[in-house]
Design a protein around this ligand. Structure first.
Ligand code: 13P
Ligand code: ZN
Ligand code: NA
Length: 280
């Protein structure tokens, strides 16, 4: 069965690891992530980006995650990533996801609180966890200075968590979504302040391309969850692209997908090594 975020976040705290929250949108990527987790003995959250819920269907993704969890030695949670409305979060709650993110960070504070509270009420009634976001997590084509404009304010974050009762909070501290155009600048002082000020676990997004030393420092400081997506999708595409270039379109399709799955698994294993390096 699937686990909820709270079980995994408690495990992370107890064992001084960071939970990998890895994006999947199909069977092969999900299998790759779960087998990497099993091999590294590291519980993970598999999550579907809001667009990928539309693409694959929440019920399909939840079903394969459920099957994967029965094959896995470690706990697996299944989450909605950057849910864009109460309705979408509700769809995933009803599909049996174990966690949902509601991302209304671009809306005004009161609206964000009001809608996030509706999600929390619906989710918690079923033992499902909720993540929300404050500040702006930019796209990775922005300069560090532009990214810094969206930093999360610790005092507002503290109030937001109290006002909503969410289980974890995504913050803006210098990482960004996608492939970085410039080397990211992580504001570790701000991260420290957020960890000390906010009463729930802290989540960092935009893990792809964030230098290993920076991730190591964030893990050491105690971030609860790191989101990674793009790195897996690139590994998947590159493996398929190379395979088709070599073997053409009349190849065995399972052989092609096998190379993609293996490539994703390797990247996931590397990430999990970093996220679990201080394990006790
Ligand atoms: P990356 O694609 O940069 O890894 O970001 C993933 C993410 O934050 C998903 O919510
Ligand atoms: Zn994100
Ligand atoms: Na990134």
């Amino acid at each position: 069965a699937l686990s909820n975020y709270v079980e995994l976040l408690n495990y992370a705290k107890e064992h001084k690891i960071t939970i990998g929250a890895f994006n999947a949108l199909n069977l092969e990527i999900l299998q790759a992530l779960v087998s990497a987790a099993s091999r590294k003995d590291a519980p993970i959250i598999v999550q579907t980006y809001h667009k990928h819920v539309d693409f694959a269907g929440a019920d399909y993704m939840r079903a394969i995650a459920e099957v994967a969890s029965t094959h896995s030695k470690v706990k697996i949670a299944m989450g909605l990533d950057h849910g864009r409305s109460y309705e979408q979060a509700k769809l995933c709650i009803d599909a049996g996801y174990s966690g949902v993110m509601i991302d209304l960070a671009s809306e005004d504070y009161d609206y964000n609180v009001k809608e996030t509270c509706r999600v929390v009420e619906a989710a918690h009634a079923r033992g499902i966890s909720v993540e929300a976001e404050l500040g702006t997590i930019s796209d990775a084509d922005r300069t560090p200075e532009e990214i810094a404009l969206g930093y999360t304010d610790p005092e507002i974050a503290r109030r937001f968590v109290k006002d909503t009762g969410i289980d974890c909070l995504a913050v803006s501290i210098g990482t960004a979504h996608g492939v970085y155009k410039y080397t990211p600048k992580i504001n570790f002082d701000l991260l420290k302040e957020l960890i000390d000020t906010v009463s729930c676990p802290i989540v960092v997004h935009g893990g792809s391309g964030t230098p290993d030393e920076d991730v190591t420092e964030m893990v050491r400081m105690g971030i609860a969850k790191l989101n990674v997506g793009t790195d897996f999708f690139i590994a998947y595409n590159e493996a398929l692209y190379a395979f088709y270039k070599e073997h053409g379109a009349r190849c065995d399709i399972a052989d092609a997908l096998e190379t993609a799955r293996t490539a994703v698994e390797k990247v996931a294993e590397q990430r999990l090594d970093i996220l679990t390096q201080f394990r006790v």
